[in-house]
Design a protein around this ligand. Structure first.
Ligand SMILES: [Zn+2]
Ligand SMILES: [Zn+2]
Length: 432
């Protein structure tokens, strides 16, 4: 039996309340034991002194683009980007071409991921057929084929009646409904946040209220149905307030925030001179929204940090601002941004950050992992908190180069990712 001993790292596993210098023994694909000074007993030893050893990070919101838009990203390149960014699993949004709204597509994604994926891939099925917002997809088939949630991400579920039925139907199969919250009649042809900056720039804006209206609706519908709703890429003060009040009443609601909404505002559109890598949906919001989002991460209203990794070709982005595609890549910058801007800035303790990136994502979607407990899959993210490096999109594993963070110097980076006990990626300068 092949064994691997991760020696002398700072082990941070919020699921077990562990934050201490310990060894982790891996047998084949599984965590065998975590403890002080474990004997190697023939295991291969990796010296991780000075590094942090965490349960593998899980991105609950990734666009892998395959099938259909392999010019933007493939399962192979997207999962390599995940591994290089410190993620051992990604949840793949269904807005591919065709949309992942049936078991056949789910199974083909999983087959491709097994053959070519660098990390685990958990498909998310569509809420409605073709994500058209009308008839519900077959959730039983999707669940059986391997989908871990349903979402029409990229589009809101405009009809409250459809959302209600989705929540009722999903509950029967223990699926979470992930909603992209946007009142579509308030955001027609919008390309940034509505506010003073959009007025100055002469760009059409989407008001923050358009998101919060749908978050309020979803919280109320989750309460009505007893279903579970997960709010994707939450971005406004009023939205987090709605989630906070829902949680206080015991409603089945959870939420994720992206690094770009935590660390940038709509001022970035002006400061970069209409750089289309500041264009995404939901848009970068005001400073007051950003601060409310950070506070919501700190107080636990936000459960997960997710990337909304949305790779595009140069041609999709190298056009007038209002014509450019929405979205930015995130897998290779998210962890470093959080380590620098949340941990480094003293806004969050490391165990809380690991919970946001691993423990909670696994719990919200009911995935294996999210812990280093004995018997868990040997998915491990190793961090180097002292490493300082500049973000260089030229070296991304992703096909996408559309990031507003190019040139940022960040302290704290992933050093290695292990998936099922095997090294999926390591920093080329890593000594082990
Ligand atoms: Zn979305
Ligand atoms: Zn998305």
């Amino acid at each position: 039996m092949s064994r691997l001993l991760l020696k002398g790292g700072r082990v941070v596993d919020p699921a077990q309340g562990i934050d201490a210098t310990l060894d982790v023994l891996i047998a084949e694909e599984t965590i065998e034991e975590v403890g002080p000074r474990l004997q190697a007993r023939g295991a291969q030893v990796l010296d991780l002194k000075g590094l942090v050893v965490c349960p593998g990070f899980v991105d609950v919101h990734t666009h892998l683009r395959e099938p259909g838009r392999e010019d933007k990203e493939t399962i192979a390149t997207g999962t390599r980007a995940a591994a290089a960014g410190g993620f051992t699993a990604v949840c793949a949004m269904p807005n591919t071409e065709p949309v992942n709204d049936n078991a056949g597509i789910t199974l083909s994604i999983l087959e491709k991921a097994r053959a070519e994926g660098a990390v685990r891939v958990y498909p998310i099925g569509a809420i409605t057929r073709g994500s058209r917002g009308e008839e519900l997809a077959e959730y039983g088939d999707l669940r059986e084929a391997g989908c871990v949630a349903v979402s029409d991400d990229g589009r809101p579920v405009a009809s409250a009646r459809v959302m209600r039925r989705a929540l009722e139907y999903a509950t029967a199969f223990d699926l979470v409904v992930i909603d992209h919250c946007e009142e579509p009649t308030l955001s027609e042809r919008a390309c940034m946040n509505e506010g003073p900056v959009s007025t100055i720039l002469g760009l059409r804006g989407a008001p923050a209220a358009g998101e919060a209206i749908m978050v309020e609706r979803d919280v109320l519908l989750a309460e009505l149905t007893g279903g579970r709703v997960h709010i994707a890429h939450i971005s406004t003060a009023a939205s987090v307030d709605a989630v906070r009040r829902g949680k206080a009443r015991g409603v089945g609601v959870t939420a994720e925030a992206t690094p770009h909404h935590l660390f940038l505002t709509d001022e970035a559109v002006r400061e970069t001179g209409y750089d289309t890598s500041t264009k995404m949906n939901p848009p970068l919001r005001s400073e007051a929204d950003r601060q409310a989002l950070v506070a919501a991460v700190q107080d636990g209203t936000v459960d997960c940090i997710a990337t909304d990794h949305a790779p595009h070709t140069v041609d999709d982005k190298k056009v007038e601002y209002d014509q450019a595609a929405f979205g930015i890549v995130g897998l290779e910058t998210a962890v470093a941004l959080c380590l620098d801007r949340l941990l480094g800035a003293g806004l969050l303790e490391l165990p809380h950050l690991v919970a946001l990136l691993s423990t909670n994502p696994a719990k919200v979607l009911g995935l294996p992992g999210g812990t280093l407990a004995a018997g868990a899959p040997a998915d491990v993210t190793v961090l180097d908190l002292g490493k300082k490096r500049q973000v260089d999109p030229k070296h991304f594993e992703s096909k996408g180069r559309n990031t507003p963070f190019g040139g940022w110097i960040l302290k704290g980076w992933p050093a290695m990712t292990l998936v099922g006990g095997r090294i999926a990626w390591k920093d080329p300068r890593f000594r082990a």
